[in-house]
Design a protein around this ligand. Structure first.
Ligand SMILES: O=C(O)CCC(=O)C(=O)O
Ligand SMILES: [Fe+2]
Length: 484
């Protein structure tokens, strides 16, 4: 069942389920239940019925849906039709408001609505409920102690000195970008309607995505997230004094990006992000221990963030495997807000903020973040390695080779390549980073020896200076240090 307190605050705005399906609890007081018509299947829990239905193709789903109202309601579950659609994208389709209608190419006038008000199922009701909760209670009344600092702008020196480990919102730099002046969903549709962009598992012309954006009731709306938008849209990126036709440029305070030493072999760096209200990103840390900035051009985004530290657990409702390679948040953004937001807001370290159109937010390396669009939004994000996080990036690349992402397949051993290039262009920074890694490793080893072998620092026995690659972890990214 959903959290009853959360239900209270958002209940008002929630319309009736289109088929009248009610939450499971209502079965207790009901005189009769449509479920009894499904015969032997009645012993299966709702989730298992959906799992069985997942094995069927479209024709079989339609057939079983004709046998009784309960099966009709189960076969209307959108997740079934979304999966069928993604498995075999029909050619020349039009978006028709739901995954089922789109897959079956059904005009709205031919969609049947049967009264299933005597069916009681959280499994069927919850996605609908989550798709309609008001976001307001979660994104307003941010406690002052949690508020992400908002500043007009920062100099590169100020950023490097004081801000590389803190989230903040800048209200000035993005306002000067041509794309901030000219982009809107309508303007992009006009110019790039036929251009194909990536939206999670599908590649759709922007026109189709626009139709989806304006007419869907998904609990977790499909999110356009395209890493090749600069070339697809023929954009120029760069400082206006160097690139007079630039569409945008990274805010100057973030300074250099040390991944640039890899030239064309660098990992993916920038993404265009477009999504309707309620779309967004569930809790994650950014790839390869990079930092990021996220600039909103239209709409607005609510951010909730947590620092990364080996002393702190992951955010409430988020579960991480021991090597941190798998983040399990089996919840949609709405489910997380309903179930965990109140606790998260009380958790030390939590920060929150709204980044509005014309503003840019800084995500420091290693920070957890969940983001939800509170209006239809367009944003550009870019990941980078500032000097202050070179050590964290080197540690990640050397120790978590299986978790490295975003490099072209033919770029083998990105860590080694990165070190080689740094040796050429920034030998001093590389040296410093090695030194920091060494110190952290020795600190951990000393602590371990004290705890396990009763040795003290004076006993010596420090780790040897690393050669070429590191195989030990350090510090505050929650990593395990490997000790003898
Ligand atoms: O705008 C968003 O949804 C956040 C994107 C994000 O966190 C990311 O690109 O890593
Ligand atoms: Fe992110």
């Amino acid at each position: 069942m959903l959290d009853p307190t959360a239900q209270d605050i958002s209940q008002d705005a929630i319309p009736c389920h289109p088929l009248g399906v009610k939450p499971s609890g209502n079965a207790l007081l009901a005189a009769w239940n449509l479920r009894s018509a499904i015969g032997a299947f009645n012993i299966l829990p709702d989730e298992l019925i959906i799992t069985v239905l997942e094995l069927l193709d479209g024709a079989a789903l339609l057939n079983i849906g004709r046998t009784c109202k309960a099966f009709y309601a189960f076969t209307r579950a959108e997740e079934l039709w979304k999966a069928l659609f993604i498995r075999s994208i029909p050619s020349g389709f039009s978006w028709r408001g739901t995954w089922r209608s789109t897959f079956l190419n059904l005009p709205e006038s031919q969609v049947s609505i049967l009264d299933c008000s005597h069916l009681f199922s959280d499994t069927l009701h919850r996605p609908f409920y989550c798709a309609h909760i008001s976001l307001d209670p979660y994104v307003t009344k941010i406690p002052v102690r949690n508020a992400i600092p908002r500043l007009p702008d920062l100099s590169p020196e100020e950023f490097q000195e004081s801000w590389t480990d803190k989230p903040f919102i800048l209200t000035e730099p993005v306002r000067a970008w041509p794309v901030y002046q000219t982009w809107s969903v309508e303007a992009l549709l006009e110019k790039y309607g036929d251009t194909v962009f990536r939206a999670e598992a599908v590649d759709w012309p922007l026109r189709t995505y626009g139709d989806y954006m304006h007419n869907n009731s998904d609990e977790s709306p499909l999110y356009l997230f395209d890493r090749a938008f600069v070339s697809k849209m023929g954009l120029k990126v760069g400082k206006p004094d160097e690139e007079p036709d630039a569409a945008y440029w990274p805010p100057s305070c973030f300074g250099e990006d040390l991944f640039s030493v890899l030239g064309n072999d660098r990992p993916d760096r920038q993404w265009l992000i477009i999504g309707p209200e309620r779309s967004g990103s569930t809790f994650h840390k950014d790839p390869n221990a990079t930092s990021a900035w996220n600039a909103v051009l239209r709409g607005s985004k609510y951010w909730i963030m947590f620092p990364s530290s080996s002393k702190l657990p992951p955010p409430p409702g988020v579960y991480v495997s021991e090597d941190q390679s798998e983040v399990t948040s089996p919840l949609s953004i709405a489910e997380w807000l309903l179930g965990f937001h109140a606790e998260a807001r009380r958790t030390p370290g939590c920060v929150e903020g709204i980044c509005a159109a014309g503003e840019v937010l800084h995500v420091p390396s290693g920070w957890w973040h969940l983001v939800v669009n509170i209006e239809p939004s367009i944003a550009i994000t870019q990941n980078f390695i500032p000097r202050a996080h070179l050590t964290a990036a080197l540690d990640f690349l050397s120790r978590k080779a299986d978790q490295i992402s975003g490099f072209r397949k033919d770029v083998h051993d990105p860590y080694e390549r990165f070190v080689k290039q740094l040796q050429v262009s920034h030998p001093d920074l590389l040296e410093q980073a090695y030194e920091q890694l060494k110190q952290k490793s020795e600190g951990k080893k000393r602590k371990w020896d004290e705890l396990v072998h009763g040795k003290t620092a004076e006993d010596g026995n420090n780790a040897d200076a690393p050669e070429g690659g590191f195989s030990f972890g350090f510090g505050d990214d929650g990593s395990d240090v490997e000790v003898p």
